[in-house]
Design a protein around this ligand. Sequence first.
Ligand SMILES: *Cc1c(COP(=O)(O)O)cnc(C)c1O
Length: 828
Amino acid sequence: MQQNETIRNYLSSKEAQEHLGLTKEEIKSSFLENLFYRIGRIPPLASNLDLYSALALAIRDRAFKQFVKSTTEIARKNAKSVAYFSAEYLPGPHLGMNLLNLGITTETRQALEELDIKLEDLLEEEVEPGLGNGGLGRLASCYLDAMATQGIPSVGYGIRYEYGIFKQEIKDGWQSEATDKWLHFGNPWEVVRPEIAYEVKFGGKTEHGQDFNKELHVEWIPDMKLKGTAYDTPVLGYKGNGIIMRLWRSEAIESFDFSAYNGGDYYRAVEKKIRSENLTKVLYPNDENLSGKELRLKQQYFFVSCSLQDILHLHMLQNRSLETLHEKFTIQLNDTHPSISVAELMRLLVDRHDMEWERAWDVTRKTFAYTNHTLLPEALETWPVSLLGHILPRHLEIIYEINSRFLHELRDSNFSGEQIASMSLIDERGEPSVRMAHLATVGSYKVNGVSALHSMLLKNQVLSDFASLWPEKFSNVTNGISYRRFLAVSNPGLSNLITEKIGDGWYTRLDDLKKLENFVEDEEFQQKWTEVKLENKKVLACYIQEQTGISVAPEMLFDVHVKRIHEYKRQHLKVLHILSLYLRIKSGNGNEIAPCAFIFGGKAAPGYFMAKRIIRLITAVGERVNNDPEVNSKIKVVFLPNFSVKQAQKVYPAADLSEQVSLAGKEASGTGNMKFALNGALTVGTLDGANVEICEEVGEENFFLFGLTTAEVEAVKAEGYRPYKLYEENARLREVLDFLVSEELSGGDTELFRPIYENLLQQDPYLLLKDYESYINCQDHIHEVWRNKKEWTKKSILNVANMGKFSADRSIRDYCEEIWKVEPVRVS
Ligand SMILES: *Cc1c(COP(=O)(O)O)cnc(C)c1O
């Protein structure tokens, strides 16, 4: 307490204020200090990277200052905290956000200008940490931003992958993968904490015996141990609190295994060291499902074990009993990736801290909450019992014990044998495997889906038996986004225009955007609105030219489909539409088509055959279309390589049309849909995920809806869907599909796209052919509306005005109120 007082006195002292001050002069002098003494350069010799690094270090110090303030206050109030567990984060570039959050973008720009340096050049230097695959990792980062802004005592726990998501290149039209060396030039945002390290065990066996008091005691004797070291990155909230993202890196326990060394087996010691460090070497590049990868399970267990040990340590440091853990910490599981936590916390409480099983189970179940992210049955995570038992023998025993008690409970509550088998933590139908979603559901006090539709389907289908057992356990928190990143930082033109009209209250209350409705008929405002969009499109057009050599006219309709490449997301439905336009133009019937640029981006999992073929299809259509003078003044097709947060921040602000065309019932929520609409794009979409709620908010008249509903999808499948029949019946569709396997498209290799063609004609698991007609008609309507620029602009304004709900700040408030029961602790 005494110490606390001292820290607070220091923080409010004149020296501390000045040392990390926020005026132009103070920023300039810290920037130079960092350049001279931490980078060791002087301006004439410094590269932009040196300058960027010096600035980043100056800003990081200020970010940590906010973190220290927040932490001191949280400790003083003895407040309850959230630990967010996520195997992935996709933070995007830090610098621009941190400047915004500290409120010093202008001061910093001026300070640099006085040194003849342009802030924009330094922002371009930043390499983003690609520690996630897509939506799920990006959501985790949006939530850290919102938790910091709301002043929620919180830590984001995860893995410090040395290589993030691969860098995508396009070679001869195909995706090729290169390693992402994001740490190559160092990472100025993180601080390593060698003193914060925990031991993690793997493999071996367990021994069951009795201790001195004749209590049963289990000893886990592993065959391998390593340690996880903490790397902390500050995450700032908007004008206020700071939290940290704590990522674990695996290392050998000792830098040398001395016994092996002394025994002369130097190489064995080195190998062991390398093996330990390999664990966090690389992120698995699969977005939806991944089966049986031993290293992935080890990564999951590794980060969960380090994080839980850290939490127990922090809890006990305050002289608290572990029986009150759930009163001071709540742990949110971002999907099932960290769900081995349930067994690990039981192990720590029971085996290491000698808590009784029932008591430990009670604490565990009051500590965890679980967010489900997928309805795709193939994406629900399971681990073969044999593999899990081999790597985590004690955890398998614990899972069996949890299961046996749970199934007992079910038998007492009169569930049928069939229901019990389907609810069991162990799937016994084939090779026995552990159902991680069931482990997470049984071990948590709350389970939520990520959009209204998804949560409903979760409750009524995927986990329906669990929902009938524990109806109060299930809830919904619709995803939200960090609009400060995806509007304020990445679209300054639109942000300034909005602020001119309604003030800057929307930086903390996105609902304020509603006030824009008052100006929807204001012609001058409409004019400025279209000018801003056109400006953003010019910037993107330059970027496209630079990246791909393709020129697109900024006046074209920018029709954008960016996200991971997956069949359920139906990039190939978009391709069918483009081909239909191509054929129409070629046959002289293209007058109704407005000039448009189709812009795609997104990575495919390296082992996903169809997804990679779809990328090849897009580039082939591009080659065909962009080089045909009969067509290329009307339409252009672009595949932007290496979609990332940094690139996304250029793309969303320039889009006119947002493609959200997944098959209804497949996309849990989506967040790209929100980022587009917030930047004034209109959406063409199905009633899937959060599209449903976006459509509700902006109004059906401002949203281009098409396609089957979830219920209709089920009905079609129940009837026995026959795509071939649609091919036979619809001549225009047939023409488009046949074009897929024509010499003209494939440049002679008619086998190139046959797998896609066959898949659509035979199974068409995502019902492209069924939704085709509806999609094409909808697109024709879109082109008609686009012709009426005024009409389009009004719809665009109304979309932005009604996006208030989709703020991550709102999502975090929902989590706090309905799930976590955590109160904010604010500092200034
Ligand atoms: C928002 C975002 C996603 C998720 O996009 P969806 O359209 O919701 O699938 C993926 N990757 C990046 C880089 C993003 O910014």
